[in-house]
Design a protein around this ligand. Structure first.
Ligand code: 1VU
Length: 336
């Protein structure tokens, strides 16, 4: 059947996940030796070593944090560090005097895969960053493999950024992805966004719905990952669960974390539930049968004894679900 043919683990044409899952993005302040060490024990899909807002703003503190991170990465055995795809650094924003030296030093830490870029307000900001990356590599100070791309994440945190979101999401470096960097994700920084827009935060998050949707859907339009806001209530598991669930419903592929205790919940929310996987498997199986009977639609039995109509768009949704489940190595049940 369709399910067995397209998705069985033993099938030779099993689709392979197109990208590594990047569900949880854990910030680790580079100003803290203790937290840097602790990051080595985290299962987060991505670790963001932070040079920006978790570090005090003084020049001395910024320089210390940058140097501390370099020492940490250089002195930790490679096998203990997060693997290449999991390693990212948030540099300081283009509006500060620190960003170009941050970039220059960070690209020398050659395992770094991703740069998280705060306060991107327009494509011009990305051009500025890209020039700094190009200059750092061109200066020949890097031990980095020149064919290793640098993945860029644009943080959307202002009214201007939201206004310019199309030009940001469609940005390409004039230097090419290598060595200019390649945009791979949009990230929503809710607290800065509220500071910029005077939006008043409420526990309901209702005031952020438009912006969260806009960012997630724009990311989809350009094939980018969409990374949802930080949940600052880091001791409230129920609140985090709720925020993760509505982020995923809005189309986000992952979420930022500020505390190691948030990671597992994010990892388990940004994948389909067992119920969703079973339903998707049934849709694929029953659509195969419907196609065999020259029908493009059929009625799927619902949990409450009713029926729902399934046709091509639901088949696509089911395929997306199975693909995501496979990428997360989740079991896909056989259905009759
Ligand atoms: O068990 P240990 O004592 O060895 O370790 C503590 C603590 O050091 C460690 N830990 C972390 N390790 C790595 N990365 C982290 N982000 C992190 N957070 C804590 O875990 C153990 C338990 O910690 P705790 O429960 O006692 O928590 P603390 O009171 O130590 O720290 C709480 C805060 C929130 C201050 C801490 O988690 C933190 O600094 N998080 C990162 C904040 C940040 O990066 N902010 C910028 C990004 S968010 C943004 O810009 C927009 C809002």
């Amino acid at each position: 059947n369709l399910l067995a043919r397209k998705y069985s683990a033993s099938s030779s044409d099993t689709p392979k996940p197109t990208s590594t899952l990047r569900r949880s993005w854990l910030y680790v302040p580079a100003s803290s030796d203790k937290m840097l060490r602790k990051s080595l024990t985290s299962d987060s899909d991505v670790i963001i070593y932070d040079l920006e807002d978790s570090v005090p703003p003084s020049k001395a503190d910024k320089i210390n944090a940058r140097n501390r991170l370099a020492r940490f990465i250089q002195s930790t055995p490679a096998a203990e560090l997060p693997q290449h795809e999991r390693l990212s650094v948030r540099v300081n924003s283009v509006t500060t005097p620190f960003y170009s030296e941050d970039i220059s030093q960070v690209v020398q830490l050659h395992p770094i895969h991703t740069l998280v870029l705060p306060k991107i307000h327009s494509a011009k900001d990305l051009d500025t960053i890209s020039s700094a990356i190009f200059a750092a590599l061109w200066n020949g100070i890097s031990g980095r493999d020149p064919n290793m791309p640098i993945s860029l994440v644009a943080s959307i945190e202002s009214a201007k950024a939201l206004y310019n979101i199309g030009e940001i999401a469609s940005w390409k470096s004039t230097f090419g992805p290598i060595p200019g960097g390649q945009l791979t994700a949009l990230l929503f920084a809710a607290e800065d966004y509220c500071a910029d827009t005077s939006i008043v935060r409420t526990p309901s998050r209702q005031e952020l719905l438009f912006t969260r949707s806009q960012i997630a859907i724009t990311a989809k339009a350009f094939g980018l990952d969409a990374i949802d806001m930080v949940c600052v209530n880091y001791r409230d598991t129920e609140y985090l669960k709720d925020e993760c669930a509505d982020g995923r419903r809005l189309g986000y592929t992952g979420k930022q974390a500020i505390h190691p205790g948030q990671v597992n919940l994010i990892l388990s929310t940004f994948v389909p539930s067992q119920y969703e996987i079973l339903r998707a498997a049934r849709i694929l199986h029953q659509m195969e049968r419907a196609y065999g009977e020259e029908r493009g639609a059929f009625g799927l039995a619902t949990e409450d004894g009713g029926k729902e109509m399934i046709d091509a768009p639901m088949l696509k949704q089911a395929e997306n679900t199975i693909r995501l489940a496979q990428a997360a190595n989740l079991e896909i049940p056989k259905v009759d």
